[in-house]
Design a protein around this ligand. Structure first.
Ligand code: NIG
Ligand code: FE
Length: 409
């Protein structure tokens, strides 16, 4: 038998594989990697021989917990500028919607992003990504959507791809050309959707820059009918869809997304039971974004119990963006999900591992510690997995393994 590249012993594993306890826990566990994949995982006593004879490198996890690498399935990581000034305006009473309608909000970031060159966008996104990666992030979704024209949308997607080439993290890109209506299309949102669906998206796809297509379905975004047209175009190109849905109002977006077989519907504070049913039937994941809920001081919590009752998978994401969620910490998101949304710590961890992988269509290769999956995992200095959601501002990460390689120790 060929030797394994690495074997971790003296570990407690939160495999996140369903069927066992909520963490799929293996108390005295071991995990082996070869060729970037997990080749063995189970109780230490069942390891088929002396570790030193089985693996080229044996690693002592010193009783720490190992979880799958963290996955952030919804970010707007690439953007120019910041919106700290709008934060101050909101604290003085302005709402997110009012600021958007006055030409600020997403459009303020569009101006800053168009004005920034690629290296500036890359450098600022790198700093944000470094914070996420410091907490064991191994996969991240990154959206476009602050260009709203062909050139800048393509630039954003290229910068996102470049982040994945430069750092040990898997990047999935999402095209969000329909994020806001650019001022030159004022009063002509139908024409803008045509431009996005017929010109920008096909070109981005032709260049191989798009893994999925998203849209902001909202009073200050695009209507359900416009979303439907964009999604029809996306699917004609063979691209999966996902949706910013039911964040500020109920537009029936989640049900529409589900009709298109969406990977996920995200935000969902205003989701109703019909939407939940449609998502359950389509296998569409609910991606909850407690960072935006917190920052916008929302009071309406997504319908967690309905999602649970109908068996809709729940994922969590940072929604890292300069307006509604300037958050670069998935551990903080776990804490917020438990405290603000009453998720259990196990649901929260599943939300940034197993279910986040599902939200990106990566469930066959990522998200759990299982033989055959990509060897992305994190060793933590914690006594129980709930600590990941419990501490605020403490990072107990020890080692990060990405595709079988130790990339942070
Ligand atoms: O997910 N809601 C739309 N998009 C982002 C916010 C983007 C922004 O404010 O810049 C979100 O909350
Ligand atoms: Fe978002």
């Amino acid at each position: 038998m060929a030797m394994w590249d690495g074997l971790w012993v003296n570990a407690r594993l939160a495999t996140m594989v369903p069927g066992g306890d909520a963490y799929g826990a293996i108390d005295e566990g071991a995990i082996a990697v070869m060729g970037g994949r997990i080749v063995w995982v189970g109780p230490k006593r069942e390891v088929p021989g002396p570790p030193g004879a089985l693996a080229r490198h044996v690693h002592d996890a010193r009783g720490g917990w190992i979880t799958p690498g963290l996955i952030d399935p919804h970010t707007h990581l690439v953007y120019g500028g910041d919106r700290a000034q709008e934060f101050e305006m909101r604290l003085e009473g302005a709402t997110y919607e009012q600021i958007a309608r006055a030409g600020g909000g997403i459009l303020a970031t569009v101006r800053a992003t168009r004005a920034a060159d690629d290296d500036t966008l890359f450098a600022s996104a790198s700093a944000r990504l470094a914070n996420l990666m410091a907490e064991g992030l191994t996969t991240v979704e990154i959206k476009s959507g602050y260009g709203l024209d062909l050139e800048t949308e393509l630039r954003m997607l290229r910068v996102a791809r470049r982040l994945g080439d430069a750092y040990p993290v898997t990047v999935r890109t999402t095209f969000l050309g329909a994020h806001a209506l650019p001022p030159d299309y004022a009063g002509r949102s139908g024409e803008y959707i045509d431009y996005v669906a017929e010109t920008v998206l096909p070109e981005a796809h032709r260049l191989g820059l798009v893994d999925a297509v998203d849209c902001f379905c909202e009073r200050i975004g695009f209507s359900a009918a416009e979303t439907d047209r964009l999604f029809t175009a996306a699917r004609a190109l063979g691209l999966p869809v996902k949706l910013h849905a039911e964040q500020l109002s109920d537009q029936g977006g989640a049900a529409l997304a589900a009709r298109h077989g969406a990977l996920s519907a995200d935000h969902l504070e205003w989701l109703n039971e019909d939407g939940v049913r449609a998502m359950a039937a389509a296998g569409t994941v609910a991606v909850l974004l407690p960072g935006a809920f917190y920052v916008l001081r929302e009071t309406r919590v997504p319908p967690i119990d309905l999602l649970r009752r109908h068996g809709v998978a729940i994922a969590l994401a940072s929604d890292c963006n300069p307006g509604s969620s300037p958050v670069m910490s998935l551990l903080l998101i776990l804490s917020m999900a438990c405290t603000l949304f009453r998720l259990t710590p196990a649901e929260a961890l599943a939300g940034v591992t197993r279910e986040a992988a599902r939200a990106l269509g990566l469930q066959a290769t990522h998200g759990t510690l299982e033989v055959g999956k990509v060897a992305d995992f994190v060793t933590w200095d914690i006594g129980r997995p709930a600590e990941l959601a419990y501490h605020i501002g403490l990072n107990p990460r020890r080692q990060v393994v990405r595709a079988g390689e130790i990339v942070a120790a």
